[in-house]
Write a protein that binds this ligand. Sequence first.
Ligand SMILES: Cc1cc2nc3c(=O)[nH]c(=O)nc-3n(C[C@H](O)[C@H](O)[C@H](O)COP(=O)(O)OP(=O)(O)OC[C@H]3O[C@@H](n4cnc5c(N)ncnc54)[C@H](O)[C@@H]3O)c2cc1C
Length: 495
Amino acid sequence: MTRTARSDGSNLSTQQLDALRTKVNGKVVVKGETPNEEYRPLIERWNRLHVKESNIIVLPESEDDISTTIKFVAEHNLDVTISCGRHTYSGPSSGFGLVIDMRNMRKVTVDAEKKTAKAQGGCIAGDVEKAAESVGLRAVMGAVNATGVGGITTGGGVSNLSGQYGLVADNVVEARVALADGRIVVASETENPDLFWGIRGGGSNFGLVTEFTYKLHECDHEVYGGFLMFSPDKTAKVISMLSTLHSDSIMKSNGKFAATAFFGSMGGVLMPGFMVYYDGPEDEAKKWAKPLFDLEPLTPPSHCGMSPHTATTDWAQFEKLFPPQFNRILGTSTQMDYPIDEAVMTKAVNLYNEVISRHPENLAVSKLIIDLRDYSKIASVPLDATAYANRREGMLIAADFIWDDPALDEEVTAAAKDWMGKVRAMIKESNSQKGIADVGAHVAATTLYALITDGEEKLQAVFGPNLLKMKQVKAKYDPNMMWNKWYPVEPESTS
Ligand SMILES: Cc1cc2nc3c(=O)[nH]c(=O)nc-3n(C[C@H](O)[C@H](O)[C@H](O)COP(=O)(O)OP(=O)(O)OC[C@H]3O[C@@H](n4cnc5c(N)ncnc54)[C@H](O)[C@@H]3O)c2cc1C
């Protein structure tokens, strides 16, 4: 099926735009008409590589506003984009046409008795975490509070709490979804279950989620978190402890201990380090993290300690590490089976360093992230239970190439993709030597973390064995591909 070309809205008359304005309570912002000081901040993104000058931005205040806007989009065959926390890597929340920007819909209602939270589709993770924490509960969200619930939930969402409670998407019990014809429907195990299946890992393929209902979890204690940095000469030791840290600490902690290794460029020199998280008391945390402290970090012990869970996700503490001019980002990821191949990992780090060293000052805050956590809970959910297709135990390797100068866009983007291609080829070769074949229930899962990609992966790599069902659900809920920004699948009818 070929997609019908959609208009970017630049041809709409003032009367047509006024007709939208009179029906919508929220703001309707129009490029060239709305003053720049109001317009510009609205198109800003965490990743400046994807700033696009949208012709129309609607900031809905209610489901009615959303419904009306979608009907307007359908009537004028407009290109439409949904945006929430604007923290995507690959830019599917930026568009030249009409953007439905959910930032003014951030209400959270907690039911402490039922242990659920209803969060409007424009919330950021921190909104839900704080509301839950205020009544002694907690929500499963990502590692930082600034990411939007819209992207992280519909894309899957891995959290420091995932070892115990699964993905962010696994904690959704119900959602309200605005469809391509403007209707708002409920999606749950009992109502529109195919839509409910699709919005948990299928991204924005099926509609705009106006509200998520999340399961919350008891929390009556503080948690342990922080980071440790090591001198560059400890790189080999850090790599060689990854598998044992996973088997001897992470997998023995009942999903409570997670460690994210990183190789961070400090002005062009790669420094190894770890972010640690433990959902329990300090003495236990220190037991699990002992191999790291034994490696004699440069950072003082005060960099790790007890705090409320929400303090560990506070984006402000991470943001300090990224001066504002470093705002062009290419993120890419893959996965390696345990026990990891140290030779391949070492080569991956060296090749990454090689790219960074070409422009040490421009790529000064780039980082290579190695995520170690217990995936058993995530992998315990059958692969076909939701659209999310990466329920595979393994070590996530995610590279952030972060630079400042727009003149380097093409070069760094190409180098980052080349790096990822080489790493994937090395992993494939290593797997074949180890006899890990690309068949079977475990390996049928994808090895891609689709929320950290350049947006150009093949659909098969993103949705794996769930791709066919994705296409069938698409045919039912969005046959004309109104929602076509994040790995859009072509509709395929079952008849
Ligand atoms: C600093 C940082 C830290 C991160 N940490 C983690 C982490 O710990 N774990 C993890 O899993 N991921 C993590 N990510 C990845 C993050 O989850 C994704 O980038 C996610 O897409 C961001 O969501 P957003 O709403 O902020 O983005 P946006 O750019 O606003 O949207 C992303 C996508 O979601 C769609 N969308 C947004 N709102 C809705 C909605 N209401 N209904 C339907 N579709 C919608 C958009 O159309 C777009 O396709 C991190 C990203 C960053 C930048």
